[in-house]
Design a protein around this ligand. Structure first.
Ligand SMILES: C[S@@+](CC[C@H](N)C(=O)[O-])C[C@H]1O[C@@H](n2cnc3c(N)ncnc32)[C@H](O)[C@@H]1O
Length: 215
């Protein structure tokens, strides 16, 4: 069985070496920003972890809303680009860490909010338990989780029965709504789960809040 991390590595290295890839570089997702605004009123100045931060667009949006942000990614070139964008955009105070989401180097209950735009869907299903265990360990008991993953409408999955897809070496997985609820609803209240249908669609956006005392 191939490791998704190994398969993905050269894809993300190339993406950040060239700056050419299929997701927005600077503009944050409106859904994520709306969630961040909402959460900033409940935990002003809270600690936020941006999982697979890439070039940092959501970290910067969160920082501007007053969160204390840790931006982490396993690809060093992503962090190099994110640091450069932080300087260009004059966003101060974001902490950058190189790490895998499957081995988060943070103390228990460190964060009020975890945000994952597009990282979970690059993990193999066999790695979901490790992903979730790490998320639950570092997120506070009543912490928030903002998630965006591929839906079956994403172009690579249209007309395919397979839930996964490999292109240019990168592993991707699409989620059914029921898979998201099955994966998270025991430990999280799913406050919102919506499919983004703009531009042909292809993403689920979710806002969740951790149920206290759940592992
Ligand atoms: C589709 S990109 C999204 C980047 C960023 N979240 C954004 O919205 O612009 C997915 C990111 O997840 C990172 N990533 C993938 N697998 C990872 C892992 N196991 N640990 C940490 N980061 C990972 C990649 O390097 C990449 O930056």
């Amino acid at each position: 069985m191939f490791s998704a991390a190994e398969a993905n590595r050269s894809y993300f290295q190339d993406a950040y070496r060239t700056g050419i890839h299929g997701w927005e570089v600077e503009k944050p997702s409106p859904y994520a920003v709306a969630c961040l605004r909402r959460i900033s009123k409940i935990v002003p100045g809270g600690r936020l972890l941006d999982i697979g931060c890439g070039e940092g667009r959501h970290s910067f949006a969160a920082r501007r809303l007053g969160f204390r942000v840790t931006a982490m990614d396993f690809e060093p070139l992503a962090l190099t680009r994110a640091r450069r964008f932080a300087r260009l955009k004059k966003v101060a105070g974001v902490v950058f860490r190189r790490a895998s989401v499957l081995r988060l180097p943070f103390p228990d209950s460190s964060f009020d909010v975890a945000l994952d735009y597009g990282c979970l869907h690059h993990q193999r299903k066999s790695d979901w338990p490790a992903y979730k265990a790490n998320l639950l360990r570092v997120l506070k008991p009543d912490g928030f989780y903002i998630l965006t993953v591929f839906s079956p409408r994403f172009i690579m999955f249209r007309g395919s029965r397979r839930p996964w897809h490999v292109a240019q070496g990168a592993y991707r997985r699409r989620f059914l709504a029921g898979e998201i609820t099955a994966l998270f609803s025991r430990q999280f209240e799913i406050m919102d789960l919506a499919e983004d249908r703009e531009n042909g669609g292809g993403f689920w956006h979710a806002l969740m809040r951790r149920r206290p005392e759940t592992r």
